[in-house]
Design a binder for this molecule. Structure first.
Ligand SMILES: *Cc1c(COP(=O)(O)O)cnc(C)c1O
Length: 422
């Protein structure tokens, strides 16, 4: 990353030139505009912004399909959405061949289904490996499964400013490991795990691995088939811009379809749902992961995101993401580090996902003041402000604006509180 001072340019000039040479600059215009009270949005890793096409599709879906087709919609295509959209997502974002991805439920629920299926798969192994800094729902769900099945949880003690390494997995996975569950990109630090090497380490110990892709899908390339991954889940409302509560996805490697059985046996995962027969018989393949009626309306915005990603390609997204986070890191070093702020994310771009976290003791209050100014990153306990830069919708100028506001608030926090300003 070039720095101001070289050739006399300042940070604003640098941001402008990065925006001018951004091959994805025009894509920003495809998003519905920010509200007048939002100055900079750096939370696309938590809730992605809506594409204008997603809003149009939602209203068209409501009038043409829901209102117009009513019950007929199910036999005219809705029944297949979980797997047809899953296949498209697999191809465009997951490096997964057809027949291995389904869209359903929430990440938490799919994680439960897959992890339960994996630990139940006839093994005598009694330990589930997780990392201590994994997203809370992942740790809680596994804690619940361990209690339910009388298993032991073993935690990899991760550096919260970095993440899990292949050698840590190597050291903990052994002949008693029933399953390893890890995040591809860590939700706080943004650390991107070496998924291929870690998957291989799990397999050497004879253990399957379940990747949580929630913080990586739509931001970084994923190669589930090539990694040899066994299982994966992820959500579609972060970098995939699916909207609040958009359904999650699950991947089950084809070779596991025969011997894995998920624990919630609902009618929609039955081989013949409308036979309404006496006993459960799972559908073949990933369709058996479905339990109840698929959330069709909630999948509609995802169609617009997949179209966009198919057009621009994940490699272009990743290339811009690397530039955005490098720019934010450079601004941290120039403006925030002198104020006692610490970068809690990897410096090496190969190990960094689409967001960074910066830390200081008083950042919870600083984050509140940023929100009051219309600058929206988010706060993560205990003292982190997380800056998520969604490549299709975020400009370098926006990153500059947010970092300048953060610098000003961090600087003013050192002096006595302001008087009331009304
Ligand atoms: C966001 C996120 C989730 C979210 O789970 P929900 O069931 O959608 O609430 C799960 N895991 C990780 C790693 C996440 O980042």
């Amino acid at each position: 990353m070039a720095r101001p001072g070289e050739g006399g340019q300042d940070w604003a000039t640098l941001a402008a030139s990065l925006d001018a040479s951004d091959p994805l600059a025009a894509v920003r215009e495809l998003f519905a505009p920010l509200g007048p009270d939002v100055v900079a949005y750096l939370d696309g890793n938590s809730l992605g912004r809506p594409l204008t096409a997603a809003l149009t599709r939602l209203s068209e879906f409501a009038s043409e399909q829901w209102q117009g087709r009513l019950i007929r919609g199910w036999s005219e295509g809705w029944m297949d959405w979980p797997t047809t959209i899953g296949d498209r997502l697999g191809r465009v974002a997951l490096g997964a061949g057809p027949g291995q991805v389904v869209v359903a439920d929430s990440t938490s629920v799919l994680l439960y289904k897959l992890a339960r299926a994996a630990v139940d798969a006839g093994s005598t192994r009694r330990t589930v490996v997780v990392d201590s800094d994994n997203f809370p729902t992942d740790r809680y769900i596994l804690e619940g499964i361990a209690a339910e099945r009388g298993l032991r949880l073993a935690a990899i003690d991760t550096d919260p400013d970095a993440g899990v390494t292949p050698s840590q997995v190597e050291a903990i996975a052994d002949g008693d490991t029933a399953l390893v569950v890890l995040s591809h990109v860590a939700y706080r630090s943004g650390w991107m795990a070496d998924a291929a090497a870690i998957t291989e380490a799990c397999h050497r110990a004879g253990a399957p691995v379940l990747w949580d892709l929630s913080h990586s899908v739509g931001a970084v390339p994923i190669h589930l088939d090539a990694w040899g991954a066994d299982l994966a889940v992820g959500c579609s409302y972060k970098y995939l811009n699916g909207g609040p509560g958009a359904p999650a996805f699950a991947y089950v490697r084809a070779e596991h379809h025969q011997h894995l059985r998920q624990p919630i046996w609902g009618w929609m995962g039955h081989d013949e749902p409308f036979a309404m027969g006496p006993g459960y018989r799972p559908a073949s393949g990933v369709r058996s992961l479905i339990s109840g009626t698929p959330p069709i309306t909630a999948m509609v915005p995802l169609l617009a995101s997949i179209d966009l990603l198919e057009r621009i390609g994940i490699d272009a997204v990743r290339a811009k993401s690397e530039r955005l986070t490098a720019f934010a890191v450079a601004l941290h070093d120039a403006w925030l580090a002198p104020l006692g702020v610490r970068l809690a994310s990897p410096r090496h771009p190969d190990r960094r996902g689409g967001h960074i976290t910066v830390r200081r003791d008083d950042f919870e209050a600083v984050n509140q003041r940023l929100w009051a100014r219309g600058v929206l990153p988010d706060f993560r306990h205990p003292d982190g402000i997380r800056l998520g830069m969604a490549p299709p919708s975020t400009s370098f100028a926006e990153v500059l604006t947010a970092m300048a506001a953060l610098r000003d608030e961090a600087a003013s926090a050192a002096v006595p509180p302001h008087g009331a300003t009304g």
